[in-house]
Design a protein around this ligand. Structure first.
Ligand code: ZN
Length: 125
């Protein structure tokens, strides 16, 4: 049984849905949603609305805290390898797996096992 936690949306309690309305007659309040897990924002928000509310209020502070990007980052040729495959099931031949360099468009063969291994890469960094 996982632990219950609250949505981190700063306005969650202001959305007037039936599931947020709690308490006894005469003292009901709309409350922040509480769940064992959430679908949004790394398991922190009950909805995209709540995630956006939080980001609109705290996003700039968070970016400044963790480091704002102030110049372009570069994906170089040595790190531009992605895994691809051609589906061949229609004529009963095996699928063709390969690396493709998204900059040079060079292709290199890959076994299906290497394709499925998320640690296997040609990228350097
Ligand atoms: Zn919420």
């Amino acid at each position: 049984m996982s632990k219950m936690k609250f949505c981190q949306g700063n306005k969650c309690h202001t959305y007037t849905t039936k599931d947020r309305l709690k308490g006894y007659k005469g003292s009901k309040t709309y409350q922040t949603r509480r769940r064992s897990s959430f679908y949004y924002g790394g398991d922190n928000f009950c909805s995209l609305n709540c995630q956006n509310d939080w980001f609109n209020k705290y996003g700039d502070l968070a970016i400044d805290h963790f480091g704002r990007t102030t110049e372009a980052k570069h994906l170089t040729e040595e790190n531009a390898w992605v895994k691809r495959y051609n589906y061949r099931g229609y004529d009963n031949s095996p699928d063709e797996h390969y690396f493709n360099n998204t900059i040079t468009n060079e292709q290199r063969p890959l076994t299906e096992e290497q394709y499925r291994d998320s640690n296997y890469t040609l990228n350097i960094a």
